[in-house]
Ligand binder design. Sequence first.
Ligand SMILES: [Zn+2]
Ligand SMILES: [Zn+2]
Length: 276
Amino acid sequence: MNTKEIAKALRRNISGIVIWEKILCYNLVLLITPCYFIFEMSVVRPTIVAKYNMGALKHTLHMICSTFCFLNVVGNMIYSIVIDTKVKITVESNSYCKICKIRRPEKAWHCKTCNVCILKRDHHCFFFSRCIGLRNQRYYVLYLGYVFISMIYSLYYNYYYVVTKFEEDDMVLSAYRVINPFLRYLIPEPMGIKDLYMFFLFLNTGLVIWSGGLFYFHMMNVLNGLTAHEFKKDFSVDWEMKKNNFLSVFGVKWYWAVIMPFAESPLPQDVDMKCQ
Ligand SMILES: [Zn+2]
Ligand SMILES: [Zn+2]
């Protein structure tokens, strides 16, 4: 195989990855997240309302909270995907990209998958099929934060929902069977639809841990002014520095950005440029 053929095969391989990424990404946006919300709202919620005699006030409050979480998950996910954070103009700098043929600012790196240089590149997100950098990092971090809150919230709901499917000690036996499928040979009752409910409860718990861990990791990087590959454990208490790092990601109107993905919250350097 000569170098040209290797380069061609690599290109084919990369575009293959991109296609799979795109399929996963559109499924996440258009299918999995809305279906999860619809299931929680149309199957889990009515069962719990009927079983536990939830009053109108409590019910309305849960409706508002869950819709708020859903809109923030979807909103931040869409903004993370659609906001372009590539280097658009060449600047005075010693960092040069041979592929894009531009001089790029500090912390801008070339992404082999996106095939462009990304401003303050953090990492390439496989699920969003998009690089996370200067202009979409806030939405990405908020997405993780809201997924974490939503997963804790839905775990609470789903636990009570799954309880309605079991009688007495069945739930513990089912949990054993799902953790270790070999136990099904020792436990007389065969695996059934109830075990599927239990499996999803475990999946929900896994998503709490996964999203919580990622949110913590990325939030620490935001506060320490680092990108994902520069990560180091920093427990310093320079609050002024942490505040400035926080504003450089979430913008000067961060208090709106954290509750509404579509709110305007310009980055400090954009505000400075406007003032000049
Ligand atoms: Zn480049
Ligand atoms: Zn990328």
